[in-house]
Design a protein around this ligand. Sequence first.
Ligand code: ASP
Length: 310
Amino acid sequence: MLPVLVVHGGAGFIPKERVQMSCAGVQAAVRGGYSKLQGQGSAMDAVVEAVTLLENDHHYNAGLGSVLNAKGEVEMDAIVMDGRYLASGAVSAVRKVANPIQLARLVMDKTSHLCLTGEGASQFARSMGVPEVPEESLITEYARMRWKKNLAADANPVECQMGKMGTVGAVAVDAEGNIACATSTGGMLNKMEGRVGDTACIGCGGYADNRVGAVSPTGEGEAIMKVTLARLILFHMEQGRSAEAAADEALAYMKDRVGGLGGVVVVDPQGEWSVRFSSLQMAWAAAQQRTLHYGLYTGEHFTKNIDDPN
Ligand code: ASP
């Protein structure tokens, strides 16, 4: 079954006019990441490549296009994890970097820490030669419009989160059986300044272990953190459940126990994979044996040859 790459573009509700671009973006990201897997690239190279492509695509809530916090600013969270050694790196509430996922990888590779936050993360970025970009260059008209709408006194906080575009994430198994995950987000719309979501927290916004599998979640971060969603799914897999059954059980638990909706992409060490979500939609794409798999609504699963450009 090996190797495989599975990518998501966020759980939630995607406004009609943005559906096509959301689906195209995850397919482009999976093609980019999969080409790494087919070359000399590792699972880690593939997930970072896929997430970087999605951070650069303004249709997603990560990197360019991130949602704004209550003050109208961009603060982003990102995580990577390498299933060989349980090595991980994350950044939280980081500002003015175009690709938080690459900074998270540097935290993993170049420090003895797992997570750097706020100004400390920015200082580390500077010390690594990561260019600082103007905050304005990460903000889209769409993000500003959503922010303003949510500031209105009569705004419905639940409804307002619905139109927000997706967090992005990826999981992969490479030809050597190594497993990795990556997740990146601008977080929840109009969040408080300094809010750290699930994405930066190991076991919540991502987990990878060569012995069990990998998960990249998306959804309401506070709910994901309460149930440590990524690790909960791997726990069920350790008990013998398939990736799909484990994901369904954990998502149902999150809904019942704390009322949270979300979605996940999951792989196991054999290269079996699964995409499950309790939200209305989640744009996703996967590549294995030169077949591209993709879908948006529950139960949707289309396939085509990976070289098919349409
Ligand atoms: N989990 C993200 C967060 O709470 C948001 C999302 O996945 O849509 O920051």
